[in-house]
Design a protein around this ligand. Structure first.
Ligand SMILES: C[S@@+](CC[C@H](N)C(=O)[O-])C[C@H]1O[C@@H](n2cnc3c(N)ncnc32)[C@H](O)[C@@H]1O
Length: 229
């Protein structure tokens, strides 16, 4: 079935900036949740690192992935053109057409890798708030452009359950951005931080070098204080 909705297709370079990743962190197992048609996974593989990406999108058969991804990028382009003021045009992407061109280029890299990635179990069709992975299987779980600004932006329970599930499978979780669908800091951020601290997680809002999204230069880090491993 064709997916509707929209999806970003970010590159390794974008992920490094959104999550302030270091090359030392590349050496440990990374899970990319709600990963979409991004090229992060295959670019990391080419450099010898292992990333597992999960998204319900990956239930799509390989012969349909180009069509589905193309529709997602078309819808994203419409979203961007309707809200150009949400972004800093210049350094990262010069204008909406250039952004669309780069999104398509990254999505194409993903599509070429998709069938092989499914076979190698680098792409898995999980949907939050449930992940099929073992406890603390990963050092880092990354989640870009989904928790606060995706289809569940108004669903605090879904967001909390999803963050708990990511904390179950990874020693540290990073979520970007902290903005809701209107481009403002999510009103759920405070209650989520309070709840996580009450449950004894370490929590940090950290500035990141990604400058493209207006007011979107921060991520949430959540980490287990007591890790059994
Ligand atoms: C805006 S895209 C983000 C893609 C990627 N993280 C990036 O920033 O380039 C959001 C993704 O969330 C996925 N998604 C939708 N429902 C989901 C769920 N319940 N659990 C995990 N991912 C979901 C969509 O399929 C879509 O690919």
């Amino acid at each position: 079935m064709l997916q509707t909705g929209w999806s970003w297709s970010h590159s390794l370079k974008n992920y490094v900036l959104m999550f302030d990743l270091t090359s030392e962190e590349f050496c440990h197992p990374i899970l990319d949740v709600a990963a979409g048609p991004s090229s992060f996974n295959v670019e990391m593989k080419r450099q010898g690192y292992k990333v597992v990406s999960s998204d319900p999108l990956y239930a799509t058969s390989p012969d349909m992935i180009d069509i589905v991804t193309n529709n997602l990028i078309n819808n994203l382009s419409e979203q961007i053109k309707s809200n150009p003021d949400r972004f800093h045009w210049g350094e990262e992407f010069s204008n909406p057409s250039e952004l669309e061109r780069q999104q398509r280029a990254m999505a194409e890299i993903f599509c070429h890798d998709y069938e092989r990635g499914l076979k190698e179990k680098r792409y898995t069709a999980d949907a939050l708030p449930n992940l099929h992975f073992d406890d603390f299987q990963f050092s880092l779980a990354l989640c870009a452009n989904f928790i606060f600004d995706g289809p569940y932006a108004n669903d605090l329970i879904f967001q909390m359950d999803s963050i708990h599930e990511m904390c179950r499978v990874a020693k540290e979780v990073r979520i970007y951005p902290l903005l809701d669908r209107s481009g403002q800091i999510s009103p759920h951020l405070g209650p989520i931080i309070a709840e996580l601290q009450m449950k004894d997680y370490g929590v940090e809002v950290r500035e990141v070098p990604y400058q493209f999204v207006r007011h979107g230069n921060a991520m949430l880090r959540v980490f287990a204080r007591n890790c059994p491993i």
